[in-house]
Write a protein that binds this ligand. Structure first.
Ligand code: ADP
Ligand code: MG
Length: 311
């Protein structure tokens, strides 16, 4: 197997990048895909959500194990080391040392043996200052590093920070597909348009320099509130937000500026307290509540994503 790499990107925070990434990863792993999640956000939410805070503090920040753990030892446990190696011309990063295998280990019985994590730490926020001295080919660092482990996974999912700086650009360049989690409101329209245009500039460079292509798989509408039973019930609750986003995607396709298969996924993720509960239990929905509505929504989104990437 060679992993398909998918990034979760939006310039805006709080739209559900991490929620979608964690739960979609959980769902794929649950259905026997071998999955690696890469946390590319200095806020490390994905790492903490998948590991739980205690393990994260112990095993990544190394606090209790070794109170004198140096910054270097911590960073070596995270994705940041991949970038530092490129910048400082070192070879310290070791996937075996950094990857947390079978990361979800909830009450022992209900674990997800197929789900691995490459964590982040707050040190990743220093990347922008460091990278300025490293102008050449600064977007291909992660792509090159992932070549070593792609054969070990079916899917590699990258959770991105809410900006288009180095980590996100590297994630995009390393990806076969990207997914935009977005809120179903009119304001999202402007963000999505700007995002797609800016990402297209990098994708063009990526495609010129290598034989790879990076495609928009689709937009996941998240935090959707339902009003009534039909699809028009969603539209009513969100004004024309949903229709506008669908129209925008249609227009982009007409112009040929996104992949012809890109779409607003049919399945929307509803606003649910169970999702917040799962986040405070530090487990994906498929473990927290296997029969919940939200779990089945993520399952359906996974099926839609698979269809896109296998077409
Ligand atoms: N569909 C949803 N229903 C309820 N809460 C949600 C939903 N999606 C996200 N949240 C909550 O909203 C907050 C922001 O989501 P998050 O995934 O961290 O966004 P991002 O990664 O884009 O910043 C989190 O507290 C998360 O639990
Ligand atoms: Mg996030």
């Amino acid at each position: 197997m060679t992993a398909k790499v998918i990034s979760f990107i939006n310039l805006k925070g709080g739209v559900g990048k991490t929620t979608c990434c964690v739960n979609i990863a959980g769902e794929f792993a649950h259905s026997h895909k071998k999955v690696l999640v890469i946390d590319a956000d200095a806020q490390s939410n994905t790492s903490i959500l998948l590991m739980n805070p205690e393990r994260y503090i112990n095993d990544v920040l190394l606090q209790n194990q070794n109170p004198k753990a140096s910054e270097d030892e911590i960073i070596a446990k995270t994705v940041y080391q991949i970038f530092l190696d490129a910048i400082e011309k070192k070879d310290k990063f070791d996937f075996d040392n950094a990857i947390i295998t079978s990361v979800v280990n909830y009450k022992e019985k209900q674990s997800l043996p197929n789900l691995d994590l490459l964590p982040a730490s707050f040190h990743l926020q220093e990347l922008e200052q460091k990278i300025v001295t490293y102008k050449r080919t600064q977007y291909i660092i992660l792509n090159n590093a992932l070549k070593k482990i792609k054969e070990q996974y079916d899917l590699i999912l990258i959770d991105c920070p809410p900006n288009l700086y180095t980590a996100t650009m590297n994630a995009l360049y390393a990806s076969d597909y990207y997914v935009i989690p977005a809120l179903p409101e009119k304001l999202s329209l402007f963000g999505i348009e700007l995002l797609i245009k800016q990402l297209n500039e990098v994708i063009e460079i990526a495609e010129e320099e290598s034989d790879k292509s990076v495609k928009l798989a689709g937009i996941i509408l998240n935090n959707v509130i339902k009003a009534g039973n039909s699809r028009s019930g969603f539209i009513n609750a969100h004004g024309t937000g949903i229709e506008d986003i669908e129209q925008k995607i249609f227009d982009f396709k007409e112009k040929g500026s996104i992949d012809k298969n890109a779409k607003v996924f049919d399945t929307m993720i509803h606003q649910r307290t169970s999702l917040r509960e799962a986040a405070s239990e530090f487990v994906p929905m498929c473990i927290h509540k296997p029969r919940d509505d939200s779990t089945s929504q993520f399952k359906k989104v996974c099926a839609e994503i698979l269809k896109q990437i296998n077409d």
